[in-house]
Design a protein around this ligand. Sequence first.
Ligand SMILES: NC(=O)c1ccc[n+]([C@@H]2O[C@H](COP(=O)([O-])OP(=O)(O)OC[C@H]3O[C@@H](n4cnc5c(N)ncnc54)[C@H](OP(=O)(O)O)[C@@H]3O)[C@@H](O)[C@H]2O)c1
Length: 337
Amino acid sequence: MRAALVRHRGGPEVISIREIPEPELRPGTVRVAVACAALNFPDLLIMAGTYQATVTLPYVPGCEFSGRVLDVASDVTGIGVGDVVCGLGTHGALADRIVIDAHRVTVVPPDGVDPRSLAAFSVTYTTAYHALRTFGAAEPGEWVAVLGAAGGVGLATVDIARALGARPIAIARGTDRLAACATAGAVATVDYSTEDLKSRLKQITGGGVDVVVDPVGGASAEQSLRAMRWGGRYVVVGFASGEIPRIPLNLVLLKGVRMVGFENRTIMEHLPEVAPAHRREIFDRYLRGEVRPRVGSVHSLEDVREGLQRLAARDVVGKVVIDVNTPVLDTPRRAGR
Ligand SMILES: NC(=O)c1ccc[n+]([C@@H]2O[C@H](COP(=O)([O-])OP(=O)(O)OC[C@H]3O[C@@H](n4cnc5c(N)ncnc54)[C@H](OP(=O)(O)O)[C@@H]3O)[C@@H](O)[C@H]2O)c1
């Protein structure tokens, strides 16, 4: 099968397209024909060897995908050959086939599924929903400041905050990127590269920001914290800026702000009852069409390097999708379970 292969640590240049043997079905797994895979910032970190969890070389990158089930291990229930699924793992999605633990895939209704948006949904929308609902406890009408708003997690956060009836404020760089955030539902925008972030947030909200969702870190973190109202919630999601901020804790004391962080990767083990229920909620909203990932650019598997380079260059609004073999989802078919 065709696969993107990483054999050395580094940037997008280390990836190459190869013919490799198909992975074998193991107990507890399913084999899926990949329609589309979507790229995420952590793919770059894993390739560079700077992610919290390492993946042993050589490996096939790509942690989320849409596709159709080809094979099911005999001990797996609830998934059948022919089912349309999306999946969320750590690697392996940038290939014609992936073998993955059955609990990491979700069966979706076969009709009317857009393979690109389905591939682009799992990582950013579950992360954003946990940030807003599980940890941020965002309520209708509340001001939600979203850092990195034109990126994958950020745009999902804007979209979900809108769907929850909150008031998202998009913080990003550049007129076009902020316009896309407004289209996704941001009620106000701040260009942090030209405007004073703290005073603009105070001006927009009047009484201060209720919830900050921060996948970026760096200097914007303290500025956003200073613009919060008493009793707000600050949710730490990631450090796309590469800079882990050091926060003066007197601000937390004075403002009565709750600061909390989480990893989507480990949330199921820490919150085994709440996390799956919230994950289901956001999935249902997606299937009802209430939220929808924005696909910013699409590349073939052969052009995956370009897709990764665009992600690294902050050149895309929303998600970068790799069209591996979309026709596998063209003719919906179910063959029992
Ligand atoms: N906690 C979790 O479970 C979890 C899950 C998924 C992702 N994450 C983390 O969340 C972060 C964002 O992921 P993502 O997939 O949304 O990434 P993304 O699509 O690349 O978006 C990141 C955004 O951050 C902004 N940014 C500011 N400074 C940057 C810099 N020096 N380099 C790159 N971007 C910069 C960019 O917007 P502007 O150019 O407009 O500033 C960019 O759009 C990453 O750190 C990722 O590891 C965490």
